[in-house]
Design a protein around this ligand. Sequence first.
Ligand code: ZN
Length: 212
Amino acid sequence: MGNNNQYLYDELENSFSSWEGAKARIGDKWGYVDGTGNVVVPLKYNRVYIRCDDIIEVRKIVEGKQFRGLYDLRRGFMLPCVYKKIEIKGRDDEEILECECWKHDHYVPVVVKVDSKKIVNKTIDIRMASNDELVEYLSDCFEDDEELYESVKKYPERVSLLDQQCPCGGHVIRMYYRSSEDSWQNLAGRAGWLTICTKCRRQYGFLCTLMN
Ligand SMILES: [Zn+2]
């Protein structure tokens, strides 16, 4: 860092190996500056820290509540500082980052896609989602459960989001469920309307309409 910076900031803390820059503080507010002294994350946050690689989580405390946002140091701003919680779900490669956020009191899945030129920020509020988006969302939720996954894929027009939230914070949905082909061959097949939480999988009801 140039000497000039020593006088601009109250504190500089270099914690990177791959990126030339530093965490900087003026008064009680933090941000990041790059190796040439350009501000990459404005110095207006109560806390800033590295989440992974070049991703910085920023936190603002307003009336005792913490709000979180994300910056990509190389590409700039990614998520505004309005979220309760940001989970970085998976990173397929350098270019794609998926997040899940809590905003206010409801669950908002957010997918942030970054290509080499620009940031594509797609936010889906599942309560406002179209049927296609809901089906896509549920397919992700149920990836680990073959019967639920197959049922959503087989009867996409029969899924709906209920105006009810599970104590776990998850969404409660109604869907048409059909047990596995094996179960039908073993004369233990079941099909019907299932009400279930997408997160903890608590069953709120099952109306069996077909069995063998
Ligand atoms: Zn639940």
